[in-house]
Ligand binder design. Structure first.
Ligand SMILES: C[S@@+](CC[C@H](N)C(=O)[O-])C[C@H]1O[C@@H](n2cnc3c(N)ncnc32)[C@H](O)[C@@H]1O
Ligand code: SF4
Ligand code: SF4
Length: 433
């Protein structure tokens, strides 16, 4: 018998203000936004117990087998297995978005995140229950979102609680708007226990106010400079492309501002508003232009994320010509890998971004030029588009350039490569066209 399961049901937990979910994936299927699969509904004021997690996982799994879980239908993360997974309270990946209190009002965001909802139960107590039942023994990553996670005192309390029995490899990945300085962030950066991701989305104070809803542009940069001066590798700066902020002048000001505030050693994530169904040509041009600017300014650690790669598609002849004209006109050939024009390349990261690059490449490049690597032992030996996934240790046996195809773990992979004594000038960034 075949079963359908996903890694998140087996070992992730996502804490929302009014419910506990299995994941925070979002995808379109049959014209509906899906994902965010619910595990437990919270009764007002009642803190759930650790063992409720196992039962809820089992229930969701059953619904998926019966084709009765609307949130999971068509999910790209489902995989087929011959053996039924064993469900427990174990949490390898915890995501905390327990309130929707925020001091900004980003145009691309929504009430779900800034509506001011507080949790209907005691989240610190819930974390304590989980901790006492050993749920975090193998937990490596706690991801914080929201709302603005740093605004609430529970941020410090939960971090301290988890630390009591934490796996020594556990680190916090905090999505923060960085408009208010938080000393815990700086302290955890010093101890190597945190990574932060901050969206900037503008190059000028005026545009920031328009896109993010508050006049906090300067504060954000002052704080990012402080955080990044501790360890820039642990700071990711994001630019979410929206209709309002993709002009060339805005992108130029953004990159200049990052240089002015000593942020060149940070990682740069180029994203797009996930409410846009397609990656239109003006977004694609802005994306290429921004990559070109970053490289011109000696910023080498940049990548596009899954919101962009999920929207890759094959371009028609007319669009192809337009994009190539744009690349020529703006001198952007150093940020694109075009069919047969690049030497053999190692792609490190065999997740959905790599799948999108390989399977939906917009201009069909030569797959023989690609070697694929992933650190997950479950993936090694499997194929994507006929290309076998290999152990990253093998990267040392060739001198190919290395392209990191990951968003959430870009910085982890980057550090991993350096710890393997691989020179950073082998690591390249850009877009496969
Ligand atoms: C909802 S926010 C919460 C955390 C924090 N307030 C922040 O903004 O970083 C979590 C992440 O979702 C991203 N995000 C929110 N709405 C988005 C959208 N429509 N498209 C793409 N990313 C989005 C934000 O940039 C942020 O990195
Ligand atoms: S199948 Fe997809 S939507 Fe459902 S829990 Fe897993 S990741 Fe989430
Ligand atoms: S800062 Fe984060 S939570 Fe607040 S409105 Fe913007 S994206 Fe939403």
């Amino acid at each position: 018998m075949k079963y359908l399961s996903c890694r998140d049901i087996e070992s992730s937990l996502y804490i929302a203000p009014n419910e506990i979910r299995s994941c925070c994936q979002r995808f379109f299927h049959k014209n509906k936004m899906r994902g965010d699969a619910k595990l437990l509904e919270i009764k007002d004021g009642v803190t759930p117990k650790a063992n409720e997690i196992r039962d809820a996982r089992e229930n969701l799994f059953k619904k998926i087998q019966n084709n009765n879980a609307a949130s999971c239908e068509g999910c790209p993360f489902l995989y087929e297995t011959d053996t039924k997974p064993k469900f427990s309270n174990e949490i390898k990946h915890l995501s905390i978005e327990h309130h929707s209190v925020c001091n900004l009002r980003c145009t691309y965001c929504s009430e779900t995140y800034y509506g001011g909802k507080r949790s209907k139960y005691n989240v610190v107590e819930f974390i304590e229950y989980l901790n006492n039942s050993g749920s975090f023994k193998n937990c490596k990553q706690v991801v914080w979102g929201g709302g603005e996670p740093t605004l609430d005192k529970s941020f410090d309390l939960i971090i301290k609680e988890i630390e009591k029995k934490a796996n020594p490899n556990l680190y916090h990945r905090v999505f923060t708007n960085s408009t208010r300085y938080h000393k815990t962030i700086e302290e955890l950066l010093k101890r190597g226990l945190i990574k932060i991701v901050t969206s900037v989305d503008a190059g000028t104070r005026e545009k920031f106010k328009e896109v993010r809803g508050r006049d906090k542009f300067e504060e954000l940069f002052v704080n990012l400079r402080k955080y990044s001066s501790v360890d820039p590798n642990r700071v990711t700066i994001k630019y979410i492309l929206t209709e309002e902020n993709l002009s060339e002048n805005e992108l130029i000001s953004f990159v200049n501002k990052c240089v002015e505030f000593n942020l060149r050693e940070c990682c740069f994530q180029i994203s797009m508003n996930y409410k846009n169904k397609d990656l239109s040509l003006n977004f694609l041009k802005a994306l290429l232009f921004l990559m070109g600017l970053l490289k011109e300014n000696k910023i080498y650690k940049f990548f596009t994320d899954d919101h962009v790669s999920a929207r890759f598609r094959e371009l028609n002849e007319e669009n192809k010509s337009e994009i190539f004209r744009f690349i020529d006109e703006k001198n952007l050939s150093n940020v694109v890998f075009v069919k047969n024009t690049f030497d053999k390349i190692n792609i490190y990261g065999a997740g959905d971004i790599a799948e999108n690059i390989i399977l939906k490449n917009m201009l069909k490049f030569n797959k023989n030029n690609i070697e694929l690597y992933d650190g997950d032992p479950n993936k090694i030996g499997k194929l994507i588009g006929g290309i076998e996934i290999k152990n990253p240790e093998e990267i040392k046996r060739n001198n190919n350039k290395i392209y990191i195809s990951a968003a959430q773990s870009y910085d982890d992979i980057y550090s991993n490569l350096l710890s393997m004594n691989i020179s950073d000038n082998r690591i390249v960034s850009g877009l496969f066209l």
